[in-house]
Design a protein around this ligand. Sequence first.
Ligand SMILES: Nc1ncnc2c1ncn2[C@@H]1O[C@H](COP(=O)(O)OP(=O)(O)OP(=O)(O)O)[C@@H](O)[C@H]1O
Ligand SMILES: [Mg+2]
Length: 296
Amino acid sequence: MNAISLAGVRKSYGEVLAVDGLDLTMEPGRTVALLGPNGAGKSTTINMLLGLTRPTAGEVRVFGRTPDDAVAAGDVGAMLQEGTLIPELTVRELVDFVRRLYPDPLPLTELLRVTGLTDLASRRADRLSGGQAQRVRFALAIAGSPRLLVLDEPTAAMDVESRRTFWQDMRAYAAEGRTVLFATHYLEEADENSDRVIVIARGQVVADGTAAQIKADAGGTSVEFFLGAQPAARLDALPGVTGVTILSGRATLRTTDTDATVAALYRATTLEISDLRIHGADLEDAFLALTRPSEA
Ligand SMILES: Nc1ncnc2c1ncn2[C@@H]1O[C@H](COP(=O)(O)OP(=O)(O)OP(=O)(O)O)[C@@H](O)[C@H]1O
Ligand SMILES: [Mg+2]
């Protein structure tokens, strides 16, 4: 049985088509990143999975049930993009209150320990820094030991160190056979912390695979060098080259065969080039290429 399935799911808010025909299934035990620019439809998709919004058309299933039933059964934990913590309570009180709502919660001490909140347990939850509050939200999300954990931009308010710790904690949680779906704009986060990356833009899936596959699909590497004022004719005819850009005297050749391109650059041209660098396609390039509106 799939952890998540979306079949022909659409969601419109009046004129705005936020989600435009999603067909997706996710197996249990995997960690999936939902990557996409602002307004792509990530939060809308997540909110439908949690039963917080209903699709305009199509069907959403979580462990074979409706989102409402799955949530009621304690199978789903979530960390949402917005949401304030209940004021007046300490971190310990709040976390304990929420864990008691679930049939089979994690023990309180363990929950505070794995989320790094032990030292903050007596602090009022509404007097935390942004990153600390995110840790509390994470604790609330895993309090019921859910089979599916859904995280909407979980590291948004975190500094570099908190991020690293957070992803370690998340991966430890996922390693116990849980399913995790997280939304992010951070390409490295998707690359480093998921088995599968689903890129969405304008409410549609534009790529789906491992980070490595997405990089490969977006094509090749680039060779960059200083050309100065020399005429750059015929660079696009070199072997492997799929695109040429020249900016302030620096040429960038996109290529599917770095070796052939560089060899020909030296052998077959009389150009005087300097400061040659080779870059692997990174996920960032892939992402921008995939989500650029002109390529819709
Ligand atoms: N409640 C709403 N009413 C009207 N339009 C909405 C509502 N929620 C979202 N939208 C619109 O739906 C589209 C998708 O929004 P969504 O929040 O799902 O994007 P997102 O991928 O989560 O973006 P971000 O990265 O900024 O969080 C956007 O155009 C947004 O303006
Ligand atoms: Mg969002």
